[in-house]
Design a protein around this ligand. Structure first.
Ligand code: ATP
Length: 313
């Protein structure tokens, strides 16, 4: 049984916009699923619906099961327990989850105590430092004492990731978590997700409009267009440029819609061009001050960006 099973999910926003249209996907423990699509394609609505936060006045149909538990229709109190405890959330802007007025360590301790994973301040502190280390903060003691504004953008996002994984969730949902970061830091944060997923058997649902981020995360990619699932498949297949043509298979693969890595049919090509030198996928680098070194790059053919009007914003 898959950890996450989304079945025939349809979400209407007030006013009638069908943001998610009959989407079925699955995600297993320890695996990654990248939701890739242009602005307005429904990625955030889908991810937030899994979190139980589709938005006021939305109509949701279908099914979302986490480890066999149906999430749709759960009372708010039960959903609150699921969020944080079973599903961790990393937003684009870490200030959405970090309180600017409290130290990082205090915020981590609160999450641990809320979910009854630590009874005392001392116990919470004992867990907080390894969590900050796991999130790649090079000086966890300092980070624990810091207020969010005292950390660089990359380290702040790592602190938000530490908060998201504090309760040892089974699923991590990250919505454009690297969009605000520069290219090098972006690669390192993406590699951190891969490290967490493989070391902690954490399933990752990553929302992005960025093909290079999708390629770096790898595993399975699901392409959304106007709320519909138009392709599902392994990143290596879906994002690989055809030899010499500069196109990917992403536009020509029709997914089965059930999240399995099966490539069923061939249609029109989606044009993709290689990035310029400045956008090159960064190679692993030595530690440079505040940011720890990146993990080795995944075996993808190189940097990719969508052509104008396609999957990039
Ligand atoms: N609260 C809302 N009320 C009405 N319509 C909404 C609301 N939120 C989103 N929408 C609409 O739903 C559709 C999907 O939006 P959504 O934000 O899920 O897409 P997205 O792919 O995440 O885009 P982006 O990358 O720009 O965030 C869009 O047409 C959007 O205008």
């Amino acid at each position: 049984m898959s950890l996450l099973a989304i079945d025939h999910l349809t979400v209407h926003h007030p006013g009638g916009t069908r943001a998610v249209d009959d989407v079925s996907l699955t995600l297993d423990a320890g695996r990654a699923l990248v939701l890739l699509g242009a602005s307005g394609s429904g990625k955030t609505t889908l991810a937030r619906t899994v979190l139980g936060l589709p938005g006021r006045g939305t109509t949701v149909r279908g099914s979302i099961r986490l480890g066999g538990t149906e999430l749709l229709g759960l009372p708010e109190r039960a959903l609150t327990r699921v969020r944080g405890r079973r599903i961790g959330y990393v937003p684009q802007d870490p200030s959405a989850t970090l309180d600017p007025l409290r130290r990082i360590g205090t915020q981590l301790a609160e999450v641990l105590r809320t979910h009854r994973l630590a009874d005392t301040r001392q116990a919470a502190r004992a867990v907080a430092l390894p969590l900050l280390t796991a999130a790649g903060l090079p000086d966890p003691e300092r980070a624990a004492h810091a207020y969010p504004h005292e950390l660089s953008g990359g380290l702040r996002q790592r602190a938000a990731i530490a908060l998201a994984i504090a309760a040892d969730p089974e699923l991590l949902i990250a919505d454009e978590p690297t969009t605000a970061l520069d290219t090098l830091v972006r690669a390192r944060i993406l590699d951190l997700f891969t490290t967490l997923r493989t070391r902690c058997n954490l399933a990752l649902l990553l929302v992005t409009h960025d093909l290079s981020a999708a390629a770096r995360i790898g595993d399975t990619v699901a392409v959304l267009e106007e709320g519909r699932l138009t392709a599902v498949g392994p990143a290596q297949e879906l994002l690989r440029p055809d030899k010499g043509s500069g196109r990917t298979a992403g536009g020509e693969i029709r997914g089965s819609g059930n999240g399995e890595s099966e490539l069923l049919a061939v249609g029109a090509h989606r044009e993709v061009r290689a990035a310029s030198g400045r956008e090159q996928n960064p190679k692993p680098t030595a530690r440079t001050g505040s940011e720890p070194a990146a993990a080795p790059s995944p075996p993808f053919p190189g940097p990719l960006v969508a052509s104008e009007g396609e999957v990039s914003k």
